[in-house]
Design a protein around this ligand. Sequence first.
Ligand code: AHR
Length: 332
Amino acid sequence: MVSRNGRRALAAGAAAVLALGLTACANDSDSGSGSTGGGGGDEQIVMGFAQVGAESGWRTANTKSIQEAAEEAGIELKFSDAQQKQENQIKAIRSYIQQKVDVIAFSPVVETGWDTVLKEAQDAGIPVILTDRAVDSEDTSLYVTFLGSDFVEEGKKAGEWVVEEFGSEPTNIVELQGTTGSAPAIDRKEGFEEVLAGQSNFTVIASQTGDFTRDGGKKVMEAFLQQNPDIDLVYAHNDDMGLGAIEAIEAAGKVPGQDIKIVTVDAVKDGMQALADGKINFIVECSPLLGPQLMEITKTVLAGDSVEPRIVTEETTFTQEQAKEALPSRQY
Ligand code: AHR
């Protein structure tokens, strides 16, 4: 049996990872093709897209990117919002199978439990493209490719900033995790812990899910503050939870970014504004602008051409000074 990480390594090793440049992945909303036909024919391609929900600023930007890119590429989009529930996503995928769409794309709310429905799509001859989040499946033939960020790398970048910022100082860390069982929550935790491992001055004194929402981040942070008088750093798996934590910290009479430092992931506009304002200290970027690549991949797959099994988006990081410079032209 191949482990979860082993499977990922296999998939990544099976073909060179195609790193997509920032200009292509983060700034370009032009799919580069006005053609509407799939598989070489003239008929309009129909895509069923099962979205996670609308839990965060990142997700809103991701939905917009997919809807705009589909329109621009002349692809008919059937879109559903699963409200962060796996059973809703499975229902949506089954309905797309029944409707005989040409391609199914989705961002799995959690990693496990997809094999049955993905097999149903495969049996119906409908290719499946994973975007943003991975599934943890033994059978990688159930999907054509996975387009999205390297979440472990994002966690590592957050950890590296912490090590540089705090050095050998004793540091009490609280962690606001994303949705339990989701790829970004699992991987961002893993990457962060990997960097901090073996450095005894860093202690994660509390770690709990805030479900990637602002409200979740605020509530969990309120509880953390009540239980722990000496918090030095918040590591939030996304900006929204970090923004919720800021509200809780201010309500407790402390200064976010100074009394308690904050590192987050995403770099959506609200997060970048808080970074520029000095309330967040560092952000690791995760680009939601996956729409144009998704449409390109769809056309390639339906034309019968091969695509890389793993397509990684290229991302950067932001300090407070860099956020001030980037904010005026930030798209999302
Ligand atoms: O899967 C991407 C993550 O999902 C984003 O980092 C988070 O904001 C979103 O909810």
